[in-house]
Design a protein around this ligand. Structure first.
Ligand SMILES: *Cc1c(COP(=O)(O)O)cnc(C)c1O
Length: 392
């Protein structure tokens, strides 16, 4: 059986987690502080705040951006459901803008148009809102671009436009730790960024996440919100706002710290796996590997996703691969067509054609830094065979 992903855990990881267990300091301690400090330093940010998941990080960023009842947040429909869910936690309304079919990330020109339409309430702005929310009296609070599959979304101009309009930019960098665009890391373009460390990500804490920001006030709010809304500067138990238990525990922080110290090595090994896949799959008719990133960009590999030609029955290919012990997943079924979103907001097929086309044709293959050449070759041979078997 070849799983879809498998974290690389080494002796250093075991040791640091054991150190925590021996110390009996299991919650909110020195490992969390060290993890935050090294994370902030590596990415040149003033503040890093560790939390219990990438989703929690996105949620707290929505609060900092001021999202509240009926407010609008522009985001991508082609993502993991958590990026849009975070908007709904604060009773905001997701305004989806379709993706660029090549990069699979939010289309910058369409995003800027939507941003200006909503911020200035230009003619026809309500048509951008989901059908069931068109009479909402909210305001645009944030843009939430997603850096997908290890590459940065093209958001430089989006950020500039957002600054002009006084709108916050919250980056979902959960899939793109270490990715760069013209020397800027994913998570360093906007006002705050969320990272996630689920075991299929480039580094893991088990469950865990991180917020990155240069804004002192926001970092204070994040620290308070993750700890039930407690005041940061008093030893007395004062609660200043409605908060959550979004703290990370020390075992998770230790694992994250140890993994983070090996980030470069882990990224290189993922790249070697991806390069091997790409070399083998580029020869296969009907299979298109992810587009190479343009000059000046680096991708850090998350899952290894391929696009199948439209005439290939993707689900039959998945079944065929599963029968050979190879786990794959359709990444992602667009958020607007998830049953809950379609029902709540009245989205229908055809609303975001590029996201839907990607949703029908993309397939994630097993990806892990420790995948062997033999395993990669086995997967690629099986993909080639299944693609021929299921072309209609
Ligand atoms: C993994 C991921 C998240 C956060 O996931 P958690 O499981 O909550 O850590 C958010 N957005 C995207 C795009 C992701 O891939």
């Amino acid at each position: 059986m070849i799983p879809l992903s498998s974290p690389d855990i080494n002796e250093d990881d075991f040791q640091l987690v054991n150190e925590v267990l021996r110390s009996r300091y299991l919650a909110s301690g020195p490992m969390t502080e060290r993890f935050e400090k090294e994370f902030a330093e590596r990415f040149g940010a003033r503040h890093a705040v560790a939390v219990s998941s990438g989703t929690a990080a996105l949620h707290l960023a929505m609060i900092a951006a001021g999202v509240s009842d009926g407010d609008f947040v522009i985001t991508s429909p082609y993502s993991f459901v958590a990026s849009a869910n975070a908007i709904l936690y604060e009773r905001g309304i997701p305004v989806f803008v379709d993706i660029d079919p090549d990069t699979l990330t939010i289309d910058p020109q369409k995003t800027i148009e939507a941003l200006r339409d909503l911020a200035q309430k230009r003619d026809g702005w309500r048509s951008l809102l989901p059908r069931s929310a068109r009479n909402s009296s909210g305001a645009l609070r944030a843009v939430l671009p997603v850096h997908l599959f290890g590459r940065t979304a093209e958001i430089r101009e989006v950020v500039a436009a957002a600054r002009e309009e006084g709108i916050a930019v919250i980056e979902d960098a959960c899939e793109a730790i270490g990715a760069t665009s013209d020397g800027v890391y994913a998570g360093r373009f906007g006002d705050a960024a969320a990272f996630g460390f689920y075991p299929n990500k480039q580094i893991t804490t088990g469950e865990g996440g991180m917020l990155l920001t240069d804004r002192e006030g926001w970092a204070d709010v994040f620290r308070s919100l993750r700890n039930q809304g407690r005041s940061n500067d008093s030893a007395t138990l004062r609660y200043e706002r409605l908060g959550f238990n979004y703290r990370i525990d020390e075992m998770s922080a230790a694992l994250g710290l140890s993994q983070f110290r090996r980030l470069d090595e882990l990224l290189l090994r993922r790249k070697a796996v991806a390069d091997r896949y790409t070399a083998l799959l580029s020869e296969v008719d009907g299979v298109t590997p992810l587009l190479e990133v343009p000059a000046g960009r680096t991708r850090t590999w998350f899952l290894y996703t391929i696009r199948l030609a439209p005439e290939i029955d993707r689900d039959a290919v998945m079944d065929g691969l599963a029968a050979r012990g190879i786990m794959t997943r359709p990444y992602f079924w667009p958020i607007h067509l998830q049953p809950f979103y379609a029902e709540r907001f009245g989205f229908v097929e055809g609303d975001f054609p590029a996201a839907e086309a990607a949703g029908r044709t993309m397939l994630a293959l097993p990806m892990a830094p420790n995948l062997s050449d033999a395993q990669i070759e086995f997967v690629c041979a099986a993909v080639a065979e299944q693609v021929v078997a299921h072309a209609v």
